[in-house]
Each structure stands twice: as C-alpha cells, then as structure tokens.
Design a protein. Structure first.
Length: 124
C-alpha cells in the first residue's frame, strides 16, 4: 500500500554518463595542481567547452568550476601581493584551502546527483 501523504522523494535527474564523467574529470584536474601544476588549465578549457551542451544541473557544476578557477586566481594574486605586507603568508594557504574545499563540495554534490547550490558565489 502506498502512502499518498508522504510520497517518495523524486528520483535524481537522468544521467548522461559521459557528461557526468566530464564534470568529474574537470574536478580532478582542478585538484591535481596541488601536486602537478597546469592541469587546472586543461580542466578550465574542458569546463568552458562542455558547459553549453550540459543539462542544467551539470551546468551549475561547470559554472562552479570556472568561477572557482578565476576567483581563486584573483585571491591568489592578491594574497601573493600581500606577502610584501607579510599578511600574504597567511592568506596564500587560506586561498588554497578555500579552493580545495570548494572543489570537494562540488565533487560531493556531483556524486549525489545534485546541482551546485550557488555556483556564482565568491565564497563557499
């Protein structure tokens, strides 16, 4: 017997495995520069190329990835300049932590078939 008062939650959106895997690959490419530089640029290009043809919930992930790259670059440059004032030595690691956490949140939401909640944010 089904309980009509409490319907089951909606099924996740149908996945196009190739598109979902592309988002996953971009997240991985964005996290690898912590060890191997330059791969985040490949991920950025992939995100720009794939964003237009993706379903709406995956577009939020691509937007998050693109935004994370550019805002992270801005934060990193400002933090590096602030090293002359000595505060940058504290800010640079914080920017790296922000970058990793933002990618980790995106990965977590991708694995749960959920869109990124606020991809245009400057924070988390």
């Amino acid at each position: 017997m089904t309980d009509l008062a409490n319907p089951s939650p909606a099924a996740p959106p149908p996945l196009a495995d190739g598109q979902r895997q592309t988002v996953l690959i971009v997240y991985i490419l964005m996290l690898v520069p912590v060890v191997v530089p330059i791969t985040h640029l490949v991920g950025l290009v992939m995100a720009y190329v794939s964003r237009d043809s993706a379903p709406d919930w995956l577009k939020t992930h691509y937007t998050n990835q693109i935004r994370t790259f550019w805002v992270g670059m801005l934060y990193l440059i400002l933090s590096a300049l602030a090293c002359f004032l000595l505060i940058g030595f504290v800010l640079v690691p914080l920017v790296c932590i922000w970058y990793i956490v933002r990618c980790a949140i995106g990965l977590s939401r991708l694995m749960n078939n959920q869109p990124y909640p606020n991809p245009d944010s400057w924070t988390l």
